[in-house]
Design a protein around this ligand. Structure first.
Ligand SMILES: [Zn+2]
Ligand SMILES: [Zn+2]
Ligand SMILES: [Zn+2]
Length: 236
């Protein structure tokens, strides 16, 4: 073979290769498509069969859980679609709410003494239409809960996220450590982390000293009376 023919030959091989590749790709695509279609058909058939099957059980709706929503009013937090069995009382439901809130990233630190009431639905007049529940052991359904009802909780519930929003000095114990920051605008050093985030939000904050164990109950935000969080001056 002559040398000058080689590039041409190579080009031919390449073209043939490309054509083959395209053909295979096409075949593969259409097979995948066929497979997807049959799969979707199977799913449809299964769903229909299952629905028919469930229809046979319609009279047993008593065992289907009641799905309610929970509004924690003072905080504006709502737990939606809480499935409550027909035998669940507030005693069982309260831990369920605790769990759900933790899953939502809003863990409760302290329930306090909450007041529960029940309302037909989530509406503007929810508080007017609601009925206070004073029996914690009677199933919620017996107390009138139906699908889509709203369980309203009021009272001073403390969430972990709020607990964290305290100045370092509010619950200081000897040996506690904290990151300190400086605020350029207020010209204060030794500002505790929570204060830097809350009392000085929007200010220019720079790191002062990290993970420091002060020898006294120290935050200059509180000391200079700039503090808007619970701190050693406001907590007795
Ligand atoms: Zn502070
Ligand atoms: Zn500041
Ligand atoms: Zn502060």
């Amino acid at each position: 073979m002559k040398k000058e023919n080689q590039p041409k030959k190579l080009e031919e091989v390449k073209l043939r290769h490309e054509a083959k590749k395209k053909k295979l790709q096409f075949e593969c695509d259409s097979k995948v498509k066929q497979l997807e279609e049959t799969f979707n058909q199977s799913v449809d058939l299964m769903i229909k069969a299952y629905e028919d099957y469930l229809k046979g059980f319609a009279p047993m709706k008593e065992i289907i859980p009641v799905v309610i929503n929970v509004s924690i009013l003072p905080k504006g937090i709502r737990v939606t679609n809480l499935a409550v069995s027909r035998t669940d009382s507030l005693e069982n439901i309260q831990p369920m709410i605790t769990r759900r809130l933790a899953e939502m990233g809003e863990p409760i630190s302290n329930w306090g003494s909450p007041v529960f009431s029940l309302s037909p639905k989530n509406s503007e007049k929810m508080e007017e239409t609601s009925k206070i529940i004073d029996n914690f052991t009677l199933p919620l359904v017996q107390l009138g809960a139906e699908q889509g009802f709203e369980l309203i909780i009021t009272g001073s519930i403390l969430f972990e996220s709020e607990k964290k929003k305290m100045c370092f000095t509010a619950d200081y114990k000897e040996g506690n450590s904290v990151d300190y920051f400086s605020c350029k605008e207020c010209k204060i050093n030794w500002i505790c982390k929570n204060c830097s985030l809350s009392c000085h939000s929007g200010h220019t904050i720079v790191e002062h000293i990290k993970n420091h164990k002060p020898s006294w109950n120290c935050c200059y935000c509180a000391k200079r009376k700039k503090c808007i969080l619970p701190n050693r001056n406001t907590i007795k």
